[in-house]
Ligand binder design. Structure first.
Ligand code: BG6
Ligand code: MG
Length: 220
């Protein structure tokens, strides 16, 4: 591996835990409009996947026929209003364990830091978590294909003009790990999912010891 110049982070489930809030917002929307209580097992299909794609997956699994794109967008916006309310009190206490140590290490070692999230709420959350100063670049997911397409990660790579071999990326979702691997980037999987395609898998970022990170960054 080459020396690493850029680290790309997913947001939801890596930097902060919002999975519960995303799914709760969908659950409330489905009860209100369709009288359906979503099965918790469906949550995994929405992880890392864009708002509209998540909605379509949930509609399909709930056997709700809805193909009016205007209505889909309108209801997805309503989910976002509920979601924004649920995360309105997120602040720096909601940063996942280990994240700050890693960000500080990367900054001190001149590794660029980017955010590669599918969430359109990412800039809002990064501001509320008081992490803005760490990020050299935040990918705008608008008009990009949803993960597992590599588009979001490649956007960050091309922004800096680097080669995917000079980049690492962190993800908690299977779709996200696939997106990283589709971009030919070294993938660090985080969390409880299996994430079998990840190059390294950790339960939590607090388990990523700095000497290990150091050897990855040096390309050893
Ligand atoms: C991802 C989440 O990070 O962002 C998904 O894992 C979510 O669950 C997606 O659907 C889009 O988020 P938002 O905030 O734009 O609705
Ligand atoms: Mg995620």
């Amino acid at each position: 591996m080459k020396k690493i110049k850029l680290a790309i982070f997913d947001l939801d489930g890596v930097i902060t835990s919002t999975t519960e809030e995303h799914f709760k917002a969908w659950t409330l929307l489905f009860i209100k409009h369709f009288g359906i209580r979503l099965d918790q097992n469906l949550e995994v299909y929405t992880k890392g996947v864009s708002r509209i794609e998540s909605f379509k997956v949930l509609l399909k699994h709930s056997r709700v026929d809805l193909d009016d794109m205007k209505l889909i967008e309108c209801l997805a916006n309503e989910k976002n209003v509920i979601y924004k309310d649920l995360i309105s009190e997120f602040d720096e206490t909601k940063i996942c364990p280990g994240v700050l140590d890693i960000l500080n290490y990367l900054k001190q070692n001149n590794v660029k830091i980017a955010l590669g999230s599918a969430s359109k709420n990412a800039p809002y959350l990064i501001r509320n978590l008081k992490l803005e100063d760490y990020f050299d670049y935040i990918v705008d997911p608008t008009h990009k294909r949803s993960k597992p397409s590599p588009d979001i990660f490649l956007d960050a790579v091309y922004h800096f003009g680097y080669n995917p071999e000079e980049v690492i990326a962190f993800e908690d979702a299977e779709a996200g790990i696939k997106a990283i691997k589709n971009a030919n980037i070294f993938a660090i999987g985080v969390g409880d999912e299996d994430l079998k395609d990840a190059d390294i898998k950790l339960r939590s970022l607090k388990n990523l010891e700095i000497p290990i990170l150091e050897s990855i960054i040096r390309g050893n």
